[in-house]
Design a protein around this ligand. Structure first.
Ligand code: AHR
Length: 612
């Protein structure tokens, strides 16, 4: 490799590497949004997921009915629970239950309507008994919010929140948040996850989807019922007091509360110093639905909503939507500069016709805003070519590309952008990942990212996807950061992103290589160690190459195998240090928390020693 430090290559923008957040794999509800209660407003329905009822994740001791009538708390919050005297409802949260830490404070709230003299008893408990209890007298009258703070007296990962009532009562929006959220924001984000995201130092934040945005009915909440409740993500549903936000069927098969809504996304972007980049639906549904919505009035309404979104983000407090932002706690503007219209469009002409209308309206009212288009769901092909041509011909400023491919593809396509037309739209690589979370995948992505950076004059923004996955609710893998109700851990791919995102250069220094490494043979050193594991032991080790080939298996029943391992962690075997001992005679022991048996990737590089 020859490097010429006297020459200057492309300038690299500080915003080059960013984050794409979508509520997939319970990334928001059950993840980044720190709410511990699942189905807090009794809105779950078979529309979200066939297995759901309005009492999913609630245990009823006594009698409770979920009611949808005019006595509701708010027009956007259709259901509430009507409990009989002496009934207790207990919520099991996500994963194995509520994860509560001894000595930590938790903020509880519930909306209730009950007879005078009714006592509500709130208890944090697990199978071992109560961790904290609070009592409340209720008064006669309409809906009223009751709040309490608990301090957990024990640590548990199987907690329940119980709400008991001595009299008949209507209950809604039952909520429990750890006090210790990210930046201590009430109703805010789960600290460990938000900190892992912040540690990436993202240059931008693309949100809220993905398929979440451009699927389902494009109708609004007041017009939808039954199956139509599965509607596109519309930002106005997601702001204001949480008990007044609609919930919605999430494209990924669950219910989304919108507790993490547009205001919270904007605020998080600001907190981590990232440029906000929202995506709005273009009235062409994608992600397998592939249908163009033909309804002029609806299209106009969505275009107006997008203009209102810009006002919500940037408008003065005297404007209609700027005032709403100020009422939520942020009088100053959020500094929105980019808006993306559409995601992964499969119907190029139908999309482009609608995109053009959005773009004209936005540019007429807000000439400083960059309107981002897209090139469909694949890295190449007829749709991709047509969309690129349409975007080029129309002089679009920036086009979003997506691809999920094998590590080999990423190695072989390092030069992808070397030949892109410099006079056309800039590239926003809004979603990409090689298929896997092994070290080899991270390595292939790192290699590919050098090609992005070399072409930083044309590739302006890039974000890995998806970012978050709750290990018990996975719709898509691989993912950047994994978690359950009590812990989170970054993948090898996360470390690669962190390396690049924390070290964005100012300029490319041109270099030349005399040859390109061959990718036709095995990708040496690119192995992942995958095993079935419990808290105490692991067995049946399989080492796979990044391309999925099995390199070795060992169930520790045969002759002794010798291993070394590199990297940190608290590895141990039953009789001593992992690296020095034979592990063939007995199963080794690894400290892996209190996970249940399941297949998961361990982020280590394991080497079988010569002759073993
Ligand atoms: O990142 C997961 C999904 O992949 C996104 O929702 C979609 O845009 C793409 O198909």
């Amino acid at each position: 490799i020859t490097v010429d430090p006297t020459k200057q290559g492309a300038a690299i923008d500080d915003t080059m590497y960013g984050l794409f957040l979508e509520d997939i794999n319970r990334a928001a509800d059950g993840g980044l949004y720190a709410e511990l209660v699942q189905n807090r407003s009794f809105e779950y329905s078979t529309v979200d997921n066939r297995a759901y009822t309005s009492l999913t994740s609630w245990d009823v001791d006594g009698s409770a009915t979920v009611v949808n009538d005019d006595g509701r708390l708010h027009a956007n919050n259709r259901n509430y629970a009507q409990v009989a005297a002496g009934t207790t409802l207990a919520n099991s949260g996500y994963n194995s239950g509520l994860s509560l830490r001894s000595g930590a404070k938790y903020d509880f709230s519930v909306w209730a309507r009950a007879e005078a003299g009714t006592t509500l008893t709130l208890t944090l408990k697990d199978a071992g008994g109560a961790l904290a209890t609070v009592r409340h007298q209720t008064v006669k009258g309409g809906w009223k919010q009751y709040r309490a703070t608990f301090t957990a007296t024990r640590t548990t990962t199987t907690g329940r929140l119980a709400v008991g009532s001595t009299g008949a009562a209507a209950l809604d929006e039952v909520s429990l948040f750890p006090r210790d959220t990210y930046r201590k924001q009430p109703g805010g984000l789960r600290k460990d996850l938000a900190e892992k995201l912040a540690a990436l130092k993202p240059g931008f934040l693309r949100f809220p989807g993905g398929c979440l945005v451009n699927t389902g009915s494009m109708a609004d909440y007041s017009e939808t019922s039954g199956w139509q409740r599965a509607r596109s993500y519309q930002w106005k549903d997601t702001i204001g007091p949480v008990e007044q936000r609609a919930t919605n069927a999430n494209f990924w098969g669950y219910n989304q509360s919108y507790g993490l809504g547009y205001y919270e996304y904007f605020r998080f972007a600001e907190d981590v110093g990232a440029m906000p980049l929202p995506v709005v639906p273009a009235l062409v549904t994608g992600c397998g639905q592939n249908r163009a919505v033909v309804d002029d009035a609806l299209l106009k309404r969505h275009i107006q909503d997008t203009l209102d979104l810009i006002e919500f983000a940037n408008g003065p407090v005297t404007s209609t939507w700027g005032r709403k932002r100020a009422e939520m706690g942020h009088p100053g503007p959020f500094g929105l500069t980019h808006v993306q219209v559409g995601n992964e469009e499969n119907l190029p002409r139908e999309f482009f016709e609608r995109f053009t209308k959005f773009r004209s309206a936005i540019e007429a009212k807000y000439p400083g805003i960059t309107v981002v288009s897209n090139s469909g769901p694949a890295a190449s092909g007829a749709t991709f070519d047509t969309l690129w041509q349409l975007n080029r011909d129309a002089g679009v400023a920036m086009v979003d590309e997506h691809y999920y491919n094998s590590p080999r593809w990423f190695l072989e396509n390092n030069q992808r952008y070397d030949s892109y037309d410099r006079s056309g739209p800039k590239v926003f690589l809004g979603e990409y990942a090689s298929q896997g979370n092994t070290f080899g995948n991270g390595l292939a992505e790192a290699a590919f990212m050098t090609g992005l950076e070399r072409n930083a004059d044309i590739v302006k923004l890039a974000s890995y996807a998806p970012v978050l996955a709750n290990e018990d609710y996975v719709q898509w893998r691989p993912d950047l950061i994994w978690f359950n109700n009590r812990a989170s851990w970054g993948s090898a791919n996360y470390e690669v992103q962190k390396l690049f995102m924390n070290n964005v250069g100012d300029r490319v220094v041109p270099s030349e290589a005399t040859s390109t490494p061959s990718v036709s043979g095995p990708i040496s050193g690119a192995v992942g160690l995958s095993t079935w594991a419990t808290a105490a032991s692991f067995d049946d080790v399989r080492v796979t190459a990044a391309d999925g080939r099995t390199l070795l298996t060992d169930d520790f029943s045969g002759p002794a195998s010798a291993w070394t391992h590199t990297g940190g962690g608290s590895w141990a075997v039953q009789d001593g240090q992992y690296a020095q001992r034979d592990v063939g005679a007995a199963n080794t022991t690894v400290t892996a928390g209190d996970r249940a048996w399941r297949d998961y990737d361990l982020r280590v590089t394991a080497t079988k020693q010569a002759g073993a």
